[in-house]
Design a protein around this ligand. Structure first.
Ligand code: ZN
Ligand code: ZN
Length: 387
């Protein structure tokens, strides 16, 4: 079955919502206008229950099917937040907020899930309950984690969860998915190297923290090249080096390093953290300096569950005719927290020939809306078929 005809009819309306969201981007948990707009729409559609303030600014809507003999409850999740990027698309509906932009397509995700909610609330052609989940702060704030910590899964007895993200550079409306580890765990680190500052012409009277930092940066490359099993994925990137000296003739007392670690398994994540600390402390000690490492665990690795992934791929095939095998993504995705609490799957939908996400020229492709909405609707109608 191709895309649902109803979504072709609803396309202008859903596109208008998407462009309105695009013009009014909000960052992290500050999705006040967006959340209010989502709640208003869900009310207008006649959802059975709408609750705001889950995970601070998250919104949950409940849609009951015609019958509920299955007792099943499926969660469908979209993210609502924008990025701190200055938009350069020149679109007529470009961001009205300087320094904020929907550069990851969450405007499209929110609009597509609203479209699906409208359809599901008017047809209710399923046996069970749908919970639509609109989360803030996917881009670094852990809005998904906060919604889970607010007890969302138990409160609505959600049994399975599904998520979707647009995918630039792939045919619009096509789908791709993979079972198991899919998006990386995204951790951050701060390293402070403390040496002994002094005159740049008298290095023998100092412990040069810049030289120590250079050795640390080089030694950290061995986590990926010498510690990790070559078939495992790990990225260790030092992204910032800041010396306490701003002068050409002063050896720095202190150097501050920052960076990120990306891994695809719990074992690799633990190993990377342990090695990172040991390398920093050991290298600093070699030169008579000290290193203090703060390691922040961010989003966990996002793992798609086998059975739900297979089902999600079948639904994608019925909507689009095909579903590709997606590659591993070293970026993070906080839907990972929801998939840690419940089985489910996360799928990619092609965004056509667009700039990549997080680029100031990116734009969500409205032509993907019918496929995206159809996938949501069919997840519900096929997983909980009408009695
Ligand atoms: Zn993003
Ligand atoms: Zn995103």
């Amino acid at each position: 079955m191709p895309v649902k005809n109803r979504f072709a009819e609803l396309l202008p309306e859903i596109t208008a919502w998407r462009r309105d969201l695009h013009e009014n981007p909000e960052i992290l948990f500050e999705t006040h206008r967006t959340s209010a707009m989502v709640a208003d729409k869900l009310k207008e559609f006649g959802c059975d229950e709408i609750v705001t303030g889950i995970g601070r600014t998250g919104v949950v809507g409940v849609i009951k099917g015609k019958t509920d003999s299955s007792g099943k409850v499926i969660g469908l999740r979209a993210d609502m937040d924008a990025l701190p990027i200055h938009e350069q698309t020149g679109l007529e509906y470009k961001s009205k907020t300087d320094g904020a932009m929907h550069a990851c397509g969450h405007d499209g995700h929110t609009a597509m899930l609203l479209g699906a909610a409208k359809y599901l609330a008017e047809t209710r052609n399923f046996d069970g309950t749908v919970v639509v989940i609109f989360q803030p702060a996917e881009e670094g704030g852990g809005g998904g984690r906060e919604m889970c910590e607010d007890g969302m899964m138990d409160r609505w007895n959600i049994q399975e969860v599904y998520g979707m993200h647009n995918w630039p550079g792939h045919e619009v409306g096509s789908f791709a998915i993979r079972p198991g580890a899919f998006f990386a765990a995204t951790d951050q680190f701060d390293i402070t190297i403390e040496g002994l500052g002094g005159h740049a012409a008298k290095p023998h009277q100092t412990v040069d923290s810049v030289v120590v930092a250079a050795h640390v940066v080089t030694a950290l490359q061995t986590i990926a090249s010498r510690n990790a099993d070559p078939v495992d994925q790990v990225v260790v990137s030092v992204t910032s080096i800041e010396s306490s000296s701003k002068a050409f003739n002063v050896i720095a007392q202190r150097v501050h390093l920052k960076g990120t670690v990306r891994t695809m398994s719990k074992e690799m994540r633990d190993q990377a953290e342990t090695r990172l600390k040991a390398i920093c402390e050991g290298t600093a000690a070699t030169f008579g300096a000290t290193a203090e490492v703060t390691y922040y665990r961010g989003y966990p690795c996002m793992v798609n569950h086998e059975e739900q992934t297979e089902f999600a791929a079948d639904v994608a095939k019925s909507v689009s005719g095909d579903c590709e095998d997606a590659p591993l993504v070293m970026g993070g995705e906080d839907f990972a927290f929801m998939l840690e609490e419940r089985p489910g799957a996360y799928i990619l939908v092609g965004n056509g020939d667009s700039a990549d996400v997080h680029n100031p020229h990116y734009n969500f492709n409205d032509d993907a809306i019918p496929a995206g909405c159809s996938w949501w609707a069919e997840i519900v109608e096929k997983r909980m078929p009408a009695a």
